[in-house]
Design a protein around this ligand. Structure first.
Ligand code: M6R
Length: 609
């Protein structure tokens, strides 16, 4: 949801800003801009569209500057246009500001500022901030920012430049992420860590309420209570190459292929080398806390919500703990019934999703213990939770989440068998056999990836369909939901996921010869039932694409196309099944000419409600 990048140091700020913004483009890509200072003047360049459009504008100008701020936008208030693109200037053109978040009381503030004679050039909520700073600039830049922030309701991460202080950037955050990267006689600011890894591995994550002054040699941070404070520096181990496409056409494709490694890295971070014991490094749950857990609530959004659904099956099956899944945005505003005996598990790739963060805060208000499953170190969700289990997927840049999903499911599996063991509801022998099944999954994912050509051919056949149904049972149902979401978000084809048995209660009316129906017909307890559902689709002329377990001869007679998956434990088959669904969505989107890594209207981290 909008990306901010800033630089102060001895190098050419323009090229660094453009490069930084390109890495943040997945957070928003409808317009972009940069502000730099040179010759005691603020210089502004903006454009509608991608960073490449902005790059061609700035490269035609030969301006040297050593300080600047950049922004890539995902519109909330005001359509994508040059006027609404950030940075925004005050009336005198002396102060430039970039913002990520939403200012909820901007209309009221704007009215008051207009009455005082301020002239607004955009329809954004953001612009009020820069005029509020202008109102107080006579008190000095830092004080002016502090006074402006006091008037704001809502969320923000901001960066501010002032022509009279050409050596410093002021940053502040409340409810939206912002990190500072420490360099040698240079410093950087960014909305997130993946964009920073190329420049610095020494990261300071600002806390809500923090305001910082960043010069090339110093970072001074003040807390909400205005006292100067020291925030811990974190050393990030992500290698810069992991944030590049490494020869793949798209980040999404690269990330699909990274799943065997991402899953094994995640498992190895949790299971000791003997492959017999599970140790969560940052779970922060004492034996007593675990024995007190009477109920689990899993909460998340989007793809992470789908992995939560699989987690619910696992927790009930292996740990016998009553569990339920809540959309984070619904949970937080529903006066949920949770208490100190409820374990809330918040799942998020980015660790910055505003609704999930809000759900955690709500759960804590009611006394629940909250742990998160997260891919980004020291992100807001991690810091808000009592404990965390990290997925070791590495940076996920593609807007369509892939490796985050499969690693989250692996973590949920491990957590469930761990709790099952702790609560004495799973025998040691069963625990060990489940663990060894999970260790086989990365290799089996590799085997599924080997079917890529076949999946591309299937995509060829179905890429012109305008609708699709995805059906599954058990853990296959969340996997079906995830397959449908992948198709929707990157190819703009209307797709719905359903529990296969529910089809006859309504969606069956949609089936005709134009409707591709992807059915997860995997070996296990529900296989016979799902065959029945396939017959129902065939009887109405639907075209079935089945995902089946290798060795299943019957299925080839019943489905138009079949993608075979290696045999595995039934509970783990969802991890394997989702891989062809990711690839199918990817190739359909490519064949429809869609921009896979930056689908329209979407942003990678949804940091607004
Ligand atoms: O970073 P998070 O896991 O909290 O993000 C949640 C959703 O916004 C995210 O999964 C979204 O649905 C993706 N576009 C799905 O591919």
């Amino acid at each position: 949801m909008c990306g901010i990048f800033g630089y102060v140091g001895g190098k050419d700020s323009v090229s660094i800003l453009i490069e930084g913004l390109k890495k943040l483009e997945y957070r928003g890509y409808d317009s972009a801009g940069i502000a730099t200072i040179s010759n005691k003047k603020i210089h502004l360049e903006k454009s509608v569209g991608k960073i490449a459009d902005l790059e061609s504008i700035v490269s035609s100008k030969s301006r040297i500057s050593h300080i600047g701020l950049g922004h890539t936008r995902w519109a909330t208030h005001g359509q994508p246009s040059k006027e609404n693109a950030h940075p925004h200037l005050d009336c005198t053109g002396s102060i430039a500001l970039v913002h990520n978040g939403i200012i909820e009381n901007y209309e009221e503030l704007k009215r008051a500022l207009c009455a005082k004679g301020h002239v607004f050039r955009s329809q954004t909520d953001t612009e009020v901030i820069v005029h509020l700073i202008e109102e107080n600039i006579r008190h000095g830049l830092e004080n002016a920012v502090k006074l402006a922030l006091k008037k704001l309701k809502g969320s923000y991460a901001i960066g501010v430049l002032y022509k009279n202080n050409p050596d410093k950037i002021i940053v502040a955050r409340k409810g939206s992420p912002l990190v500072i990267g420490i360099g040698e006689k240079e410093n950087f600011i960014s909305s997130d860590i993946p964009a920073m890894v190329k420049y610095s591995s020494r990261i300071i994550t600002l806390e809500d309420g923090d305001i910082a002054t960043v010069t090339k040699s110093k970072v001074k941070i003040f807390s909400a209570t205005k006292t100067s404070i020291k925030r811990e520096e974190t050393l990030i181990s992500w290698d810069p190459i992991s944030a590049e496409k490494s020869g793949y056409a798209h980040f999404m494709l690269k990330e699909i292929h990274e799943q065997p490694k991402a899953i094994i890295d995640t498992i190895k971070d949790i299971v000791d080398p003997s492959k017999k014991n599970i140790k969560f490094k940052h779970l922060n749950l004492k034996e007593k806390d675990i024995s007190n857990i009477k109920r689990v609530v899993l909460t998340a959004c989007g793809t992470s919500w789908h992995s939560a659904l699989i987690g619910e099956y696992y927790l009930e099956y292996y740990a016998k703990i009553p569990s339920e899944v809540e959309y984070a945005a619904e949970f937080r505003y529903r006066m949920p019934i949770v208490d100190k005996n409820t374990l809330v598990i918040a799942i998020s790739q980015s660790g910055e999703t505003a609704d999930t963060l809000g759900a955690i805060q709500e759960a804590k208000k009611h006394g629940a213990k909250v742990i998160s499953i997260c891919n980004v170190f020291s992100s807001s969700i991690v810091r808000e939770s009592d404990g965390v289990i990290y997925t070791m997927a590495g940076p996920e840049i593609g807007v369509a989440s892939t490796k985050a999903f499969t690693t989250q499911v692996a973590v949920l599996f491990l957590l469930s068998i761990f709790l099952g063991r702790k609560k004495n509801r799973l025998s040691k022998a069963k625990f060990l056999s489940r663990l060894s099944s999970l260790f086989e999954i990365p290799h089996k994912v590799e085997q599924v990836l080997a079917s890529e050509d076949k999946i591309e051919k299937i995509a060829d056949k179905y890429c012109n369909a305008n609708n699709a149904l995805y059906l599954g049972r058990g853990e296959g149902f969340p996997a079906a939901l995830e397959g449908a979401l992948k198709l929707k978000e990157i190819s703009y084809v209307h797709a719905e996921g359903y529990p296969a048995a529910e089809m006859k209660h309504g969606p069956i009316a949609l089936i005709d010869e134009n409707m591709p129906v992807v059915v997860l017909a995997l070996a296990g307890r529900r296989y016979e039932k799902i065959l029945g559902n396939i017959e129902e689709v065939n009887a109405r002329g639907g075209r079935v694409i089945a995902l089946a377990t290798e060795g299943d001869r019957l299925i080839t007679k019943k489905a138009k196309d079949v993608i075979f998956l290696p045999k595995t434990r039934e509970t783990l088959s969802a991890i394997l099944a989702v891989i062809p669904l990711q690839l199918l969505a990817y190739y359909i989107a490519i064949k429809r000419g869609c921009h896979v890594d930056q689908p329209r209207n979407l942003a990678k981290s949804v940091t607004v409600e």
